[in-house]
Design a protein around this ligand. Structure first.
Ligand code: PLZ
Length: 445
């Protein structure tokens, strides 16, 4: 592993209990006066630098990063190739607006996405700034192409915080509550959730398709939008066969199948895209987060006839495909290839799964261990049941935070801890982070 990058940080965690130091406290006080209180923070410490799976705060405390800034810094923080590419681009020009005087890196990113996403048909791409913006645009092209309006999404889905994507997102608190009215023509179908529904993929798909046919009707349906592995919903991997059956139904009914790979994309799951695990080929695939090593970039990529369906100038935006973000994306993909990061994600996943199943064997509060590659979660339940235990989940995350490990929660019921470390993390640091989880479990027994 040669991509550690970032400023020179001791590759270790500050030992003992960490209380936010004076510098972080001072920033927190300024935040309270300057920043909308609606913007929450998971941890009370302010970042000074990060790299190689370690983050250092402004008081010199160091933390093991098991969250990658929510699946963004997959190739590591301040990865050298990204830093170099962005430096060169920022010195050449920062912005012209691709819709006014275009530039090559945007076209190169589109060519790259068309080449590396599943499906060997003619493709087109369009670039945006955030996952939510890209999801919105995926719906726009699906509606323009099919001349239909309805969109089907699934239980536990997360697709963003803009008006349309709030409607697509399942969970009310904190994402939607008080922010309605929401966009119309959005319908929700049951997801395959093996730990809770006990259904095979085929059975769960039949249930979802029946809801779609009875409550929406293919003749009204523009698109089915799904995360191949749900992110915020709790790293839910549908039972085998569920996704292929949904794709097959969509293909047979002139419905655009959109995969939201914002969280799963770019090597995270032990494949470049999670769609590959079951060989599904989305009509449109949405990417963001891990695409550009931390710079804001998002994309939709799909069948040429669908992406070309809207009128000329029907899609766009001032910053979409910003040259700095495009330069970062090209360098980031190079790093994924050169450092064999798809394979690294599989290795990271093997460590996570074996350590977590070992913990599960001695602890009946860990109901489920699931995920793929470096996208693994545990679901915490009341012993002997499948009833969610959000209190325990909160206590475990808080223990980890106090002991120098950045650990994220997820799930509709707030009872999932998810592990999505940067792939630049060492095995030793990853294991140390998991040791802290083991300590936290022991401390809460
Ligand atoms: N689709 C699958 O995971 C973003 C959001 C965290 P943006 N997930 C993290 C939060 O609390 O805001 C996400 C996702 C999937 C879409 C999005 C939205 O991507 O870049 O945050 O807009």
């Amino acid at each position: 592993m040669t991509i550690l990058g970032g400023p020179a940080i001791d590759q270790q965690r500050t030992s003992g209990e960490i209380a936010p130091g004076p510098n972080s406290q001072e920033w927190a006080a300024r935040k309270a006066k300057a920043v909308s209180s609606a913007i929450g923070t998971t941890m009370p410490v302010y970042t000074e630098s990060a790299g190689g799976g370690v983050l250092r705060d402004v008081d010199g405390n160091t933390f093991i990063d098991l969250g990658s800034g929510i699946a963004v810094t997959t190739i590591g923080n301040a990865a050298p190739a990204v830093v170099e590419a962005v430096k060169a681009q920022v010195e050449a020009f920062t912005h012209t607006c691709f819709m006014i005087t275009p530039y090559g890196p945007y076209v190169e990113v589109a060519e790259l996405l068309n080449r590396i996403t599943p499906g060997d048909f003619e493709k087109r791409s369009a670039l945006f700034n955030s996952g939510a913006e890209a999801v919105e645009n995926a719906i726009k092209v699906a509606r323009a192409y099919t001349k239909k309006q309805a969109v089907v999404v699934f239980d536990h889905a997360y697709h963003g915080r803009t008006n349309l994507t709030m409607a697509l997102t399942a969970k009310s608190m904190p994402y939607k509550s008080g922010f309605g009215p929401f966009a119309p023509e959005v319908y929700r179908a049951p997801l395959s959730y093996p730990y809770h529904d006990g259904l095979t993929g085929a059975e769960a798909a039949a249930k979802a398709i029946s809801v779609i046919e009875k409550q929406v009707g293919a003749e009204n349906l523009a698109a089915i939008l799904i995360e191949p592995i749900q992110g915020e919903g709790g790293f839910i991997v549908p039972a085998e066969g569920f996704l292929p059956a949904i794709v097959e139904w969509a293909n047979a009914n002139n419905v655009v199948f959109i995969a939201d790979e914002v969280q799963t994309g770019f090597a995270r799951t032990g494949a470049l895209f999670a769609s590959e695990h079951e060989g599904i080929v989305p009509d449109v695939l949405v990417t963001a987060k891990g695409i550009a090593g931390g710079l804001p970039l998002a994309a939709i990529t799909g069948r040429a006839e669908i992406l070309d369906a809207p009128q000329v100038s029907g899609l766009g935006g001032t910053y979409g495909g910003n040259p700095l973000a495009c330069a970062a994306a090209l360098a980031s993909y190079d790093t994924i290839v050169k450092e064999n990061l798809v394979e690294r994600a599989v290795e990271v996943g093997d460590i996570l799964i074996s350590r977590l199943t070992e913990l599960q064997a001695g602890d009946d509060r860990i109901g489920d261990v699931r995920g793929r590659g470096a996208m693994i979660a545990i679901e915490l339940v009341k012993p002997g049941t499948t009833e969610p235990d959000a209190e325990l989940t909160k206590a475990l995350a808080a223990y980890a935070h106090r002991h120098g490990v950045i650990m994220l929660t997820a799930g509709t019921y707030g009872n999932v801890i998810r592990f999505l470390p940067p792939l630049s993390i060492s095995d030793a640091l990853l294991n140390e982070g998991l040791d802290v989880l083991a300590e936290a479990l022991a401390a809460t027994k």
